[in-house]
Design a binder for this molecule. Sequence first.
Ligand SMILES: Nc1nc2c(c(=O)[nH]1)N[C@H]1C(S)=C(S)[C@@H](COP(=O)(O)O)O[C@H]1N2
Ligand SMILES: [Mo]
Length: 394
Amino acid sequence: MGHRHRLLDTSAPARLAAPDEGIGRDELALATRNHGLPLEALRHDLTPPGLHYVLTHYDIPYVPDDTPWRLTLGGHVRRPLRLDLADLRAFPQVTTRVTLECAGNGRALLTPRPVSQPWLVEAVGTAEWTGVPLRLLLAEAGVGTDAVDVVFTGADHGVERGVQQDYRRALPVEVATGDDPEVLVAYAMNGAPLPPQHGRPLRLVVPGWYGMAHVKWLRDIAVAEEPFRGFQQAVAYRLRQEPEDEGEPVTRIAPRALLVPPGFPDFMSRTRVVRPGPVPLEGRAWSGGAPVTRVEVSTDAGRSWQEAGLDPDGGHRWAWRRWRHSWTALPGEYVLSARATDAEGRTQPLEPRWNRGGFANNLVQRVPVLCLDAQTAAPGADTHPGSTRADSGR
Ligand SMILES: Nc1nc2c(c(=O)[nH]1)N[C@H]1C(S)=C(S)[C@@H](COP(=O)(O)O)O[C@H]1N2
Ligand SMILES: [Mo]
């Protein structure tokens, strides 16, 4: 399955930040390459191009439009395949609306902070992905009866904690050949060819699973008769308390609800400012394990909760659902939160659940809000809200 060299001595565990260590230059460099969804864009059913979050471990491969692309499908199969984009388009085509979330979403809210891409809560987006069901390609190739894993390789290459590698991840053969969820080899996003940062020209889409499974720039699929032990499977993306733990693999997306932050923001703190009176609250909720069945809202930092209304899912099982709640704001300071629960009773914690990689932290969001009294809240240009909290620098 390709070669792997060690550039450095060992694959050191990912670093944890020291108790008072701020975000460093290396984390800042990752954060400027890998951007999140601006939370106000939660208003869109489908995330507009460019506002969907992006996470890329190494470099975005340069794939000009006229580049011939071959997807190979081999390993333990009866008939190895070599497919170009026209071959893939000749297979039945499926379009699925999918909410994608990075497994590291929420990482920077953990203490101690695992040093990596420092997401707060914004590593999410929803798109319509069009492509070929993976199970049809595997059926065409004929999967051996002793198959265990199906391994997906991207065209990007890098070195991570001393291990040089192509980005590579596997799915259990039952998931790869199953139809719930229907895994796609996708060639379009929102009806257009994939943008470079989202995997042009081909990517895997695994509805309900965290982002790391959705291999971009997909160039090879290999059926394996032994469990895949590559870096992104056996070293990264495992829930561990100690570096030497074997850990549980990160798989499906834990439930999460997010609010569209109401009112208007303070430039530096991003504290929200609202005027007294009715403040409609809305947001999105999703879960990769089972459909979201309940969203609750709190305006007092999680001390009390009220039931929010859930919009119909519109038949989009794998996409986020809109929720709404009406709130009447009185002058004062608030912390708003929303909490999702799914059909199997999974919900979101009020205290973070820590693990070394900072994965699957679905801690409830906290949105600080300042409601001004009616006088200071008068709208206008260059008025001074009268509170130091809302009076930003530029
Ligand atoms: N080839 C390749 N595929 C990849 C990655 C990568 O670095 N290389 N990153 C993964 C991770 S960790 C995430 S969260 C998603 C992000 O997908 P997006 O950038 O389209 O939102 O892609 C996944 N697929
Ligand atoms: Mo990710």
